[in-house]
Every structure is written in structure tokens, then in C-alpha cells.
Design a protein around this ligand. Structure first.
Ligand SMILES: [Fe+2]
Length: 146
């Protein structure tokens, strides 16, 4: 864990939707703080708190994105992508809960699995499906009847 590369915000993560970009920055910050916290001599209580805070914010953020998909008409224009996007959000939450349960059950080494998963998931998710959504919303805003 001590050797992991710090997660930092870069503009390559911008989707073009201000509300979503702001929330993504918060998620990156939460993961950066978690990286510092979990690289030290952290206990199960800290791990619990971190995953709880992360999940709470992630669920709030996913709801905001899903509302945007509804309000922008994305769910009608691209139903397959919409369903896929929702499934990815569910997967993230389920995975974090599963890892937390493993820690509660006393499984060792879960902490070192968690951050690489979270970081890889977040970066890939933003750069793929969130950017697609951002492009859709941006194009819609530019359309004469948008
Ligand atoms: Fe998303």
C-alpha cells in the first residue's frame, strides 16, 4: 500500500457537467485521504468509517447522475447504456459492502485490495460511461430544442 501511486485530480477526468465534476473531485479527495489513512497503522474502526463515508457519498453521487440521466432523456435515447451505467453503480456499492463484510469477519489483507479496486474503478468509470453521459448532456444543451 505504501508504494501505491497517490490518486490526484486531473482535468482529464472532466465530464463537462459541473455538478458531476464537483462530486467526482470529492470522491477523488475521499480516496486520497483514505490512501493516507490506510497506509498507516489503521485499525478496523478506521476502515469501517472510511468505507461508510465513501459509500454514503458514492450513493448520493450515483443518485445525482441517475437523476441527470432521467432529466436529460438519456435513459430513452440510450437505454442499453443507461442500464449498463446503473449496473456499474450497483456493482461498486456491492463490492465495497462485500469487502467491508470481509473485514468484519476478520479476513486479513482486504484493506490492500480495497484502494486499488476503488481507484481503478473510479478512474475507469469516469473516463468511460460518465464522459459518455457528459457528452450527451452537453450536446443536448447545445441543441436548439434542448
Ligand atoms: Fe457514473
Amino acid at each position: 500500500m505504501a508504494n501505491s501511486v497517490p490518486l490526484v485530480w486531473t482535468d482529464s477526468l472532466l465530464t463537462g457537467v459541473a455538478e458531476i465534476d464537483l462530486q467526482h473531485r470529492v470522491l477523488v479527495d475521499i480516496l486520497s485521504e483514505a490512501q493516507v489513512m490506510l497506509s498507516g497503522d489503521s485499525g478496523t474502526a478506521q476502515f469501517e468509517r472510511m468505507t461508510r463515508d465513501l459509500l454514503a457519498y458514492a450513493i448520493y453521487h450515483f443518485a445525482a447522475e441517475e437523476r441527470l440521466m432521467q432529466q436529460s432523456g438519456y435513459f430513452i435515447a440510450a437505454p442499453g447504456d443507461y442500464e449498463n451505467h446503473l449496473a456499474r453503480h450497483r456493482y461498486f456499492s456491492e463490492r465495497v459492502v462485500a469487502l467491508r463484510d470481509e473485514v468484519r469477519l476478520g479476513k486479513k489483507g482486504v484493506e490492500s485490495e480495497l484502494l486499488p479496486f476503488l481507484e481503478a474503478w473510479l478512474i475507469h468509470h469516469i473516463q468511460s460511461v460518465d464522459k459518455e453521459l457528459g457528452q450527451f448532456v452537453g450536446a443536448r444543451a447545445l441543441a436548439p430544442d434542448g
